[in-house]
Design a protein around this ligand. Structure first.
Ligand SMILES: [Zn+2]
Length: 331
């Protein structure tokens, strides 16, 4: 049931909140600061006198126009580029720290490491197989095999459409994945367009959220493939990920999903509510690669808002030293 994976180039370069990254940042920032105080070193002046300004210098000047004088004062292109990167990183960190406080967190969430160059091979764990399963069916997973201290946040259904959720996640730079059921999400697809614009993948959770196990193959296919088509028309691409409602599925569900392009069926390891957690394992700690589930719900449905629920996830992740990563980067 494994799926072979091809290497991909990471789309974005992210930096971990690690000792190494901080050391580089501090060193370059210190270099920029001392430069601002004392001006150019004699070495820089000599090098500049010998080397006239190049197009790269001019381009860098335009990029660094918003940077403080201490950064722009470097005459060497390389030094100025390094100081500029350090300044941008420290500014981004300061923004995320400020955002964290705004959203009721003690500090900025850990940043996820670079996505893996090759996606891990996925297999359906014991207890999740279906009878009559066969080659070519999408693997059913509750966690992703990885050694990185990352978890994945997934949000289901699409009932509550709180703009604060999109704003919070954007300001904190936290990735998440949505699994949409058409009968709820279609009440306001523009809300999910905004989510898509923020880089969130919109995945399949059927048209009407039925218990698939009670349905014959053709009816299951209408539910799953109908939502593939609905999401493709609405958002431009059909998802690769499908989650069966209530986590209920059988061999027909997987065969139907495979027939319309589904590659992976992510369930979940832990589920979070405003006032409690539910666990599949005896251990309550996160393990690398755990998939965490919650739902698009608000005070009309339970005792909290979407930001309240996300805050719980981020506090637990921070306490246990985990970053939230993007599921679609790994599966
Ligand atoms: Zn659901």
């Amino acid at each position: 049931m494994g799926t072979s994976r091809t290497p991909r180039t990471p789309r974005t370069l992210r930096t971990r909140r690690t000792g190494t990254a901080l050391a580089v940042l501090l060193l370059t920032a210190l270099a920029a600061t001392s430069c601002g105080r004392s001006g150019e070193s004699p070495e820089h002046d000599l090098a500049d006198a010998r080397n006239p300004r190049t197009p790269a210098d001019v381009l860098l000047d335009s990029r660094t126009a918003a940077a403080p004088a201490s950064v722009r004062a470097y005459r060497s292109t390389e030094a100025r580029a390094l100081a500029y990167d350090a300044w941008r990183q420290s500014r981004a960190h300061a923004r995320r720290t400020a955002a964290a406080r705004t959203w009721g967190l003690a500090r900025a969430p850990l940043l996820a490491p670079l996505p893996p160059a090759a996606k891990p091979r996925l297999t359906t764990p014991r207890g999740f197989e279906t009878t009559g399963g066969g080659a070519g069916l999408p693997p059913v997973i509750t966690r992703v095999p990885t050694d990185e201290k990352v978890i994945f946040l997934t949000i289901d259904d699409g009932k509550d459409k709180d703009p604060e959720l999109i704003r919070m996640m954007r300001e904190l730079g936290v990735p998440y994945s949505a699994f949409l059921s058409d009968f709820l999400a279609s009440e306001d697809y523009p809300y999910f367009h905004e989510m898509q614009d923020a880089g969130v993948a919109l995945n399949n959770h059927t048209l009407t959220h039925p218990n698939l196990r009670l349905m014959p193959y053709e009816a299951q296919r209408r539910e799953i493939c109908g939502q593939q088509e609905r999401l493709r028309r609405e958002f431009g691409t059909a998802p690769r990920l499908f989650r069966p409602p209530f986590g209920n599925y059988n061999g027909d569900s997987l065969r139907a999903a495979a027939s319309c392009g589904v590659e992976v069926v992510p369930l979940w390891e832990q589920e979070v509510f405003p006032d409690r957690w539910a666990y599949r394992r005896a251990s309550r700690s996160f393990q690398p690669g755990d998939i965490v589930l919650t739902h698009f719900r608000g005070r009309a449905d339970w005792k909290g808002t979407m930001p309240d629920v996300v805050r719980q996830v981020l506090r637990k992740a921070d306490a246990e030293g985990f970053a939230v990563a993007r599921l679609e980067d790994y599966v």
